[in-house]
Design a protein around this ligand. Structure first.
Ligand SMILES: Nc1nc2c(c(=O)[nH]1)N[C@H]1C(S)=C(S)[C@@H](COP(=O)(O)OP(=O)(O)OC[C@H]3O[C@@H](n4cnc5c(=O)[nH]c(N)nc54)[C@H](O)[C@@H]3O)O[C@H]1N2
Ligand SMILES: Nc1nc2c(c(=O)[nH]1)N[C@H]1C(S)=C(S)[C@@H](COP(=O)(O)OP(=O)(O)OC[C@H]3O[C@@H](n4cnc5c(=O)[nH]c(N)nc54)[C@H](O)[C@@H]3O)O[C@H]1N2
Ligand SMILES: [Mo]
Length: 745
């Protein structure tokens, strides 16, 4: 039967539907249960609501599936991620249609990438040599389980270390580690935003506040590029809507990013800061706001603790003190401080720029303190503390007390380490055998070799292991080091329950829109099979994954999987954005107030008020240039460089270098140059520009592959090889953006 073309407008009107056209009635699949929906996947032509996973942003999408093949992906307006983050805006904007990003649009090219891993692979040559034998899945599971059992009985379960991405099947992987008995479950947050989390948790008691950019009048953003590193698909829209409504944007970044450029277009500022010095800038802004009595006296008096200690500390942190450290003039610091304090509502926010340095935790806390000083918290147009609800998975507790962790996550060395672990310490253990030597590592949807700073160290560390298992859709640099590679599924082939990152309760479903292309099992089924092969015949391994999800939904939200599947756009909306919740409940800090002063930190022998500590890995005489890295709209980390469409738009990364610096080094635009330091040396394509600080060079993260697919290989330069590879002192965050190099022709 000829398929019925749905006009875009009609499509949006019908955005509640899950199945349409060719024999299916328009409401079709959304009334079916999971099993029936699966069965119905053979129907000819459908639009199926689900969630993207080209990055971790979980944008709501509709996949058009014709004859069992995804042919088009469109945004899903019933899911707020593509629209906005405030409930009243959601109601207003829904009819205008949601957005998605280029990577989401190009998802089909990942799904049907000929270089995907199709069958389980067993290493037959030297580690990393790329010699494989295809083996049956059952054999792979049996052999891996046998090796795990051997390691456990010979030297203890903790010798197995498990690394996971956080968007996919986390509870079942945590369950596996608990039941098997290893404390060493590490997941992506440690590589991502735990420094930002630390800053906001210590001050306002919530690690993930969300900026209400659309309804604000002033935005002060440190080292975040929402217009290109679109953490959530609504960010470019709400930010630009805010600017169009008259807000002013001040963007702090060594580089004139897309967001900084937009700030300039709308009469705002780009502050070209020296890397790793955001904390100094924030303290100097606080110095002016306090010194000139511009702070919110009412909020400070009623809702904060430690103002006097904080004031005494910042008294010496004058703009004149900060100017040579940050490279931003004292006059500019004074002007921005005055504007910030006088323009309301205002959002102060930050992400990876300040966070991914060795002083990232305290820098983030200094920035967070500004929001308290000006009283711009949890009110419209400010930083909102999201009211989230979600599924409650029943994860079995450890069968016996867990041994000590390998990554020092719960040691005094990292007094505020996040539960996601300390990746660089786990790696250190593989190199030094201290505190003990791991024997096996699992990598589920992670490219450890590219994602943990200092590539050479990662390769050396993996070389010391007896068993490496990688579950990946590509033969990544990490998979290349493995003993067994298990073919992963894409987000279009599996389930996930996804609490959405907006300020009101929302949970969306990711569901298989097509069957796994090569008959392979989803990641969670592999974990279950492994547990069962090891004799762990317990919940959740002995029930279907659908049952595990259904139980979690029932426990957390009071409805089941089939209900969520039937909801408009497979998305549950559970209420409105609530403001100023602290008026009734206080802040979720020990004092119930916004904390300029942290007793928790003092108790651990640390400075209770945020201080500025310089990073140790800045420029030297030999390596005079800072090197940084970043993300861009067309790529995700190291995972999209084999996507043909995305690579046609941006097929290699360039080394950004300031025009004056380039001139002094005799470098012209598009020259091939050498980038070098004590950790790595490589060629890079120079991009000569005015849009980066004179003393800084940098590149988009994630290029320079030698594995990961035929398109990815040999394109651009791997940024991770130049980074020392340390962990932030307080929270253990991987310091991805510290480093210095020399560059020559
Ligand atoms: N130098 C530097 N390092 C960084 C960063 C940086 O800015 N600079 N950013 C850091 C941040 S913020 C983060 S969050 C981390 C992210 O680090 P990772 O989570 O490691 O992300 P990727 O590098 O994209 O690697 C993901 C891997 O999963 C595979 N994959 C993709 N989709 C699927 C799937 O559906 N199933 C399976 N099984 N596999 C899949 C990909 O092929 C790839 O090998 O990186 C961190 N590392
Ligand atoms: N397109 C795309 N979007 C993404 C991702 C992706 O891979 N691709 N990943 C997602 C993830 S997991 C995350 S965590 C977010 C991260 O989103 P962002 O935080 O925006 O990530 P980055 O681009 O790594 O870093 C932000 C900026 O920090 C700047 N910077 C470096 N050092 C410093 C410094 O010392 N101070 C200041 N002020 N700035 C500095 C860089 O120039 C860069 O512009 O993006 C998410 N969104
Ligand atoms: Mo991240």
């Amino acid at each position: 039967m000829a398929n019925k073309r749905i006009a875009r407008r009609d499509f949006l009107k019908l955005s509640g539907m899950v199945g349409a056209a060719a024999g299916l009635d328009l409401v079709g699949l959304r009334h079916l249960g999971p099993a029936e929906a699966q069965a119905a996947l053979t129907a000819q032509d459908q639009w199926i609501a689900t969630c993207c996973n080209m990055c971790g942003g979980t944008t709501g999408i509709y996949a058009r599936v014709v004859n069992g093949r995804v042919i088009k992906i469109e945004p899903n307006s019933s899911n707020p991620i593509g629209l906005c983050n405030i409930s009243t805006d959601f109601t207003k904007l829904k009819s205008t249609g949601a957005r998605m990003c280029p990577k989401g649009n190009a998802g089909i090219m990942t799904q049907y990438d000929p270089d995907r891993v199709k069958r389980p692979l067993k290493r037959i040559g030297a580690r990393g040599a790329g010699q494989w034998q295809e083996i049956p899945y059952a054999q792979a599971v049996a052999e891996i389980a046998a090796k795990l059992a051997q390691i456990k009985s010979e030297s203890g379960p903790e010798k197995v270390v498990w690394f996971a991405e956080d968007n996919t099947a986390v509870p079942i992987q945590q369950s596996f580690c608990n039941v098997f008995g290893t404390p060493n479950f590490l997941q992506h947050s440690n590589l991502c935003d735990v420094a930002r989390k630390f800053g906001f948790e210590r001050t306002l008691g919530n690690g993930r506040p969300l900026g209400d950019f659309r309804n604000t009048k002033y935005m002060l953003i440190f080292g975040w590029n929402p217009l290109s590193a679109t953490k959530w698909a609504h960010l470019p829209r709400i930010l630009v809507d805010g600017l169009a409504n008259g807000a002013k944007l001040v963007l702090v970044d060594p580089r004139c990013t897309e967001t900084a450029h937009k700030a300039l277009q709308y009469g705002g500022r780009w502050l070209a800061i020296k890397p790793g010095t955001d904390g100094a800038l924030a303290l100097a802004l606080a110095n002016v706001i306090i010194g000139e009595r511009l702070y919110d006296a009412n909020f400070v008096a009623n809702w904060t603790v430690g103002f006097s200690e904080f004031s005494s500390m910042v008294a010496a942190k004058t703009p004149e003190w900060a100017a040579p450290i940050t490279g931003i003039s004292a006059t500019t610091i004074r002007t921005v401080a005055r504007e910030l304090a006088k323009t309301k509502p205002a959002v102060v926010d930050a992400w990876s720029g300040p966070g991914q340095h060795m002083n990232g935790a305290e820098g983030s806390r200094a920035i967070a303190s500004l929001a308290g000083l000006i009283g711009q918290v949890d009110a419209p147009g400010t930083l909102i503390l999201p009211g989230r609800k979600g599924p409650k998975f029943t994860v079995p507790p450890p069968s016996s007390p867990l041994p000590a962790r390998v990554d020092r996550q719960n040691s005094t060395q990292y007094p505020f380490a996040h539960s996601s672990g300390v990746y660089v310490e786990a790696r250190e253990a593989m190199l030094t055998g201290q505190p003990y030597m791991p024997r096996a590592a699992f990598f589920v949807m992670q490219n450890f070799v590219f994602s943990v700073p200092n590539t050479a160290k990662s390769l050396q560390a993996l070389n010391n292991l007896e068993l490496i298992v990688s579950v990946d859709i590509h033969l990544s640099e990490t998979a290349l080091m493995a003993d067994y590679v298990i073919p992963g599924t894409t987000y279009l082939e599996r389930f996930e329950l996804l609490p959405q990152w907006v300020t009101f309760p929302a949970v969306a479903l990711r569901q298989p829109v097509v069957s796994p292309l090569f008959g392979q099992k989803p990641e969670y089924e592999f974990v279950k099979d492994l547990a069962l092969a090891l004799g762990h015949d317990v919940y959740p391994f002995n029930v279907t994954y659908e049952k595990f999800m259904d139980d979690a939904l029932q426990a957390g939200l009071g409805f089941g999987l089939a209900d969520l599947q039937a909801m408009e756009g497979a998305t549950w909306i559970g209420g409105e954005t609530q403001y100023r919740k602290y008026l009734t409940t206080g802040f979720a800090t020990p004092s119930k107030k916004f904390e300029f002063y942290s007793q928790q930190m003092l108790d651990k022998g640390l400075n209770p008020v945020p201080d500025y500590i310089p990073t140790e890995d800045g420029p030297t005489n030999t390596y005079p240039l800072y090197i940084i890295n970043w993300k861009e709209a067309l790529h995700t980390h190291s995972r999209t460089m084999n996507n043909r469409w995305l690579m046609e738009f941006h097929g290699e990364n360039e080394l950004w270098i300031n025009i004056n610096k380039a001139k002094s080094l005799g470098i012209c635009d598009w020259d091939l140059v050498t980038v070098e330091n004590q950790y790595g040396k490589a060629r890079a394509r120079a991009k000569v520009t005015r849009r980066i600080h004179t003393d800084v060079v940098g590149m988009v993260h994630g290029f320079g592959h030698w594995a990961s697919g035929s398109i990815a290989q040999g394109k651009g330069t791997n940024d991770g090889q130049f980074i020392p590879g340390k962990a932030e002192r307080l929270c253990g965050m991987a310091a991805h953006k510290d480093g210095a190099v020399r560059v020559y022709k």
